[in-house]
Ligand binder design. Structure first.
Ligand code: SIN
Length: 281
């Protein structure tokens, strides 16, 4: 089966057209989809009708399905009926409480699970209900950010580790919206991708706290300049969701953010992840 592929933005993203993910596909097609994904960083499949169970099966095309990091105690009611490893991202409320995680509004750029010792390599997000406007998700290519980084930012940070901290549920640094439960880890500021061998920026505005072995007075302006560079619009694809869209992204070489949307309208997405190959190099 020949796949029809369309670029989403000059520096990131591809859509695989004319494929029905409800159907089983042979190993060659799945290997080709994986190749296109590694080249494009994010992949879009439009118009899919996926049950939660089928989404988990499709997630398995890219590796082993990851578990939820957030402790059970802090999971919302919508998770009771979902397959293990699936997260509901939703502002829909029952008895005044959101049924899903990350319910409302804008979210800063971040890499999923960068706060874990062994971060998950991929995330798949499927749109079940979307508001009439807003709630777009933005994806920034970490390879191009690294490759175009001015020496005065890159050199002092090359070969160093950054420190990441995340209270589950936080949408903007310091918003105090997160749970008391958190996760922390140290990883290279510039990460070498274990499949492509390319280097990418691996720090972000939401979760990165500092640089190991560097004073905060030196690290903060360097990190701020690095975030500004990595979020530049030419590295970004902004996705305007339609019901039935499935997006797959590579957390090793991209970060993502979410735009605000009306709190009076329903947004409901299902998220699954793929585990990584151990601590980042
Ligand atoms: C996420 O960062 O996982 C959520 C993105 C979104 O809700 O669009």
């Amino acid at each position: 089966m020949a796949l029809t592929v369309r670029k989403l933005a000059p520096n990131i993203g591809a859509e695989i057209c004319d494929i029905d993910l409800q159907q089983d596909h042979d190993a060659e097609v799945i290997a080709e989809i994986n190749r296109i994904w590694l080249d494009s960083v994010i992949l879009l499949f439009r118009g899919q009708e996926l049950t939660p169970e089928r989404q988990v099966e499709v997630t398995g095309w890219f590796g082993e399905v990851g578990n939820l990091a957030r402790p059970k105690k802090y999971r919302t009611s919508g998770h009771n009926d979902l397959p293990p490893g699936m997260m509901l991202i939703s502002n829909v409320r029952e008895n005044g409480k959101p049924i899903g995680n990350l319910p409302d509004g804008e979210m800063m750029f971040h890499h999923d699970m960068i706060h874990a010792r062994e971060p998950h390599k991929a995330t798949l997000l499927y749109a079940v209900e979307i508001p009439s406007y807003g709630g777009n998700t933005l994806f920034a290519n970490g390879y191009t950010a690294y490759e175009t980084l001015p020496d005065e930012i890159r050199e002092p940070l090359e070969g160093r580790l950054a420190f990441h901290h995340y209270n589950y549920g936080t949408l903007r640094k310091g918003d105090n919206e997160g749970t008391p439960a958190f996760s922390e880890a140290e990883h290279p500021v510039f990460r070498t991708h274990d499949d492509t061998g390319r280097k990418a920026v691996y720090v972000n505005r939401l979760m990165t706290e500092g640089v190991v072995g560097m004073d905060q007075e030196e690290a903060s302006p360097l990190l701020a300049a690095l975030f500004d560079h990595a979020e530049r619009s030419e590295f970004v694809y902004e996705h305007e969701w339609a019901v039935g869209d499935l997006l797959l992204w590579d957390n090793r070489c991209s970060m993502h953010a979410r735009r605000d949307f009306p709190g009076t309208e329903r947004r409901l997405m299902r998220r699954t992840t793929v585990i990584g190959n151990g601590p980042p190099a």
